[in-house]
Write a protein that binds this ligand. Structure first.
Ligand SMILES: Cc1ncc(COP(=O)(O)O)c(C=O)c1O
Length: 438
């Protein structure tokens, strides 16, 4: 079946469904017999390539990235870094153990610490806030807007003389409005750290996310575009940031392969952590990285068909996307007028076995009890010792718009392995449920 006849038959099925008022939630027949699930993207494409990479590491007895037995050096992590830098169009890439470790490494590379403020969206993952606190700096929340990403206007409002950086988190597959964020950052002389954990493979105006700011970080935990279960990486084109990052991730050391990549050492050592990636992880991620574009293309193709099938739905409002073509397309988000409409939609879609969810995968951070209480590992932790740190208040009061936006949206997950009939089910279910809940 070609794309046109597919869409026509999906629309016909939708028309039939619309003439039948019986929502599954009201006792009607569900669109699907079993719930649709997008699954874990990376693991769905595991095959001989990942297996062979792992077997090679075992056969060579070289699980450690810098050295091991045998005459040839281990090269899995090193090759992953080279290929990641090429894919993300940056000069350098550094593999680390997790996205959280990548965030800490990026903040250390930027030299952020006590007395500094870092702005982050009020809706993102714990790691973003925690990495700022663990650096000894002060997290300052800014609102998200209908793009479900950082609102550049609110970012500007939150800048103070102490602000050193902003975390531009590309949430749930869609790039932030980078032109506006970069313009605000340049105007105020602050650094831009792109957190691409939820959007690896997305791009903004044809540039890969991660390559637009000063530094970009990725996560390869199981929920991400590619995965080794755990894993993280950082990219930058700035040799000083790269040297600081590689030193921080490895006890302050600069190992010969990275010194060679840099051309020369520019910095003295300092106290660093230990976030080195193992060759097992590096091998699996190398195989996965080589499949990244295939996964992204599949997601985009599937999401395009969902959008095409819903395009004429009266009153439909979607997530605002600053670059729809660059979207990873892991979700289609619908914007309702009220929370109760959204909740009815979610309940009814679940009954149709085509689940839709309130925005997930991130949390409304300012209302998390440990954040409201400014809890740290030590009572004298520097983040909250300054005048600003003592005065700052978190809680619902610092993000009313973020919470209102999150109340109105519902997302449908897109999977790279969805069949045409899965996509037709999504289109049919939305066309059946959406008008009924409005
Ligand atoms: C936006 C964001 N940043 C950072 C991370 C941390 O990644 P990891 O789980 O690999 O530490 C995540 C993980 O979900 C995330 O969603």
């Amino acid at each position: 079946m070609n794309r046109r006849s597919f869409l026509v038959s999906a629309a016909a099925a939708a028309g039939a469904a619309m003439s039948s008022p019986a929502l599954a939630v009201e006792g009607g027949k569900p669109i699907r017999r079993t719930p649709l699930s997008a699954g874990y993207f990376g693991t769905q494409v595991y095959d001989d390539h990942e297996q062979n990479q792992l077997l090679e590491v075992l056969a060579n007895r070289q699980p450690f990235r810098w050295y091991g037995p045998g005459s040839r050096p281990p090269l899995k992590v090193a090759t992953f870094e080279k290929e990641l830098a090429a894919r993300m169009q940056t000069r350098f890439a550094l593999a680390v153990t997790s996205g959280t470790a990548a965030l800490s490494t990026a903040l250390a590379a930027l030299g952020i610490g006590p007395g500094d403020e870092v702005i982050l969206p009020a809706w993102t993952w714990y790691s973003c806030y925690n990495a700022i606190v663990l650096a000894g700096a002060l997290p300052v929340f800014a609102e998200i807007d209908e793009s479900l990403n950082l609102d550049p206007a609110d970012l500007e409002d939150k800048i103070t003389p102490q602000t050193r950086a902003v975390m531009a988190v590309h949430l749930q597959g869609s790039p932030c409005d980078m032109d506006r964020i970069l313009a605000v950052a340049r105007k105020h002389g602050i650094k831009v750290l792109e957190d691409c954990a939820q959007s690896m493979g997305a791009s903004y105006k044809s540039k890969p996310v991660g390559s637009l700011g000063d530094l970009g970080v990725y996560s390869m935990q199981i929920n991400k575009t590619i995965t080794a279960g755990e894993g993280g990486a950082l990219v930058t084109s700035d040799p000083v940031l790269f040297e600081r990052a590689t030193r921080f991730h490895d006890l302050g050391l600069l190992r010969p392969p990275h010194e060679q990549w840099l051309g020369r050492a520019r910095l003295e050592s300092f106290a660093g952590s230990q976030f080195r990636m193992s060759e097992f992880t590096g091998g699996v991620l190398l195989a996965q990285l080589r499949k990244l574009d295939r996964i992204v293309e599949a997601l985009r193709g599937n999401a395009r068909q969902v959008h095409a099938g819903l395009g004429d739905l009266k009153g439909l409002r979607l997530r605002q996307r600053p670059d729809p073509d660059g979207d990873l397309a892991s979700f289609v988000f619908l914007d309702f007028r009220t929370k109760s409409q959204r909740d009815r939609f979610v309940t009814a879609m679940k009954a149709e076995n085509v689940p839709a969810h309130p925005p997930s995968g991130s949390v409304l951070l300012p209302v998390q009890p440990y954040i409201e209480q400014k809890a740290t590992v030590h009572p004298a932790w520097p983040s909250f010792q300054s005048k600003r740190g003592k005065a700052i208040r978190y809680g619902a009061g610092c993000c009313p718009r973020t919470s209102a936006v999150l109340d109105r949206f519902a997302g449908i997950a897109i999977g790279p392995k969805y069949t045409r009939s899965d996509i037709a089910d999504i289109v049919t279910a939305v066309r059946k449920v959406y008008p009924a809940v409005l």
